[in-house]
Design a protein around this ligand. Structure first.
Ligand SMILES: Cc1cc2nc3c(=O)[nH]c(=O)nc-3n(C[C@H](O)[C@H](O)[C@H](O)COP(=O)(O)O)c2cc1C
Length: 235
């Protein structure tokens, strides 16, 4: 009897241990998916970030980019048109000296050497000179990026037949210069700036246009720098 009882007790204890082990193992297995499920929820949670929170993150990034751009941009913009490089060189010196941004006016159809041959009465410039209705020069970009940020705009051009090269006309007509100080400059073989700035101011109809400055086609760098310093626009 005692032997039988011992056998029963031993068997039930063994069963209990085995059952206990089993439940520990089951618990571990049950925990593992729970962890996975936790991980899944974490991913799901991330995916379920409200749209506006995502926007907030995006907005922060945008703001940082905007601030970086604002820091890198000056409040002065040097705009220029140049057919053969002389005005471009002056514009670059002005921008470097003033710490200003640079914007090139570029015609959709750039002027070739033949186009610029003013001694040929059939050349593009000669025909445009003779017929003002042909001077509607389409531009690749009418308005510089962040135009509204600039309060001083210098605008440069070559002199053609005593006036501003008409490649700048559409730029001047199609932009709003309200609240901006505008300073013309030009390069030429020998002519002065004449009324070219005044005529552009009339075309624009807005902006506070100042007297301009003429430089020779092979302008001296120091002359250009000295002029910029005299304007008190360096940043
Ligand atoms: C069609 C044409 C007309 C020009 N007319 C004049 C002029 O009337 N007076 C003058 O001094 N230079 C004149 N020039 C010379 C340019 O004004 C001068 O070379 C200028 O520096 C060119 O600038 P860019 O290289 O930026 O185009 C003319 C040049 C061209 C192509």
């Amino acid at each position: 009897m005692r032997k039988w009882l011992c056998t029963v007790l031993a068997v039930s204890m063994l069963a209990g241990i085995l059952t206990g082990c089993g439940s520990t193992s089951d618990q571990a297995e049950a925990d593992a998916p729970a962890v996975e499920s936790q991980d899944t929820e974490t991913v799901a949670d991330a995916a379920e970030v409200p749209d506006d929170a995502t926007d907030a993150v995006t907005d922060t990034t945008d703001t940082q980019e905007t601030e970086a751009q604002t820091v890198s941009e000056g409040k002065t913009l040097v705009v220029f048109y140049s057919a053969t490089g002389s005005t471009a060189a002056v514009a670059q010196t002005i921008a470097d000296t003033a710490g200003a941004d640079l914007f090139e006016i570029t015609p959709v159809e750039p002027y070739t050497g033949d186009d610029l041959n003013w001694s040929n009465e059939d050349s593009r410039v000669s025909r445009e000179h003779d017929d003002e209705s042909l001077r509607n020069v389409e531009l690749t970009q009418e308005t510089p990026d962040h135009w509204e940020d600039y309060d001083t705009v210098l605008i440069g051009y070559p002199i053609w037949w005593g006036t501003a090269a008409w490649s700048v006309n559409n730029f001047v007509k199609d932009n709003d210069f309200t609240g901006k100080t505008v300073i013309p400059f030009c390069t030429s073989a020998s002519s002065g700036i004449g009324d070219s700035g005044k005529l552009l101011a009339e075309m624009a109809g807005t902006g506070d246009w100042q007297d301009g400055q003429r430089f020779s086609s092979a302008a001296d760098d120091q002359d250009v720098k000295d002029w910029v310093y005299s304007l008190n626009i360096t940043e």
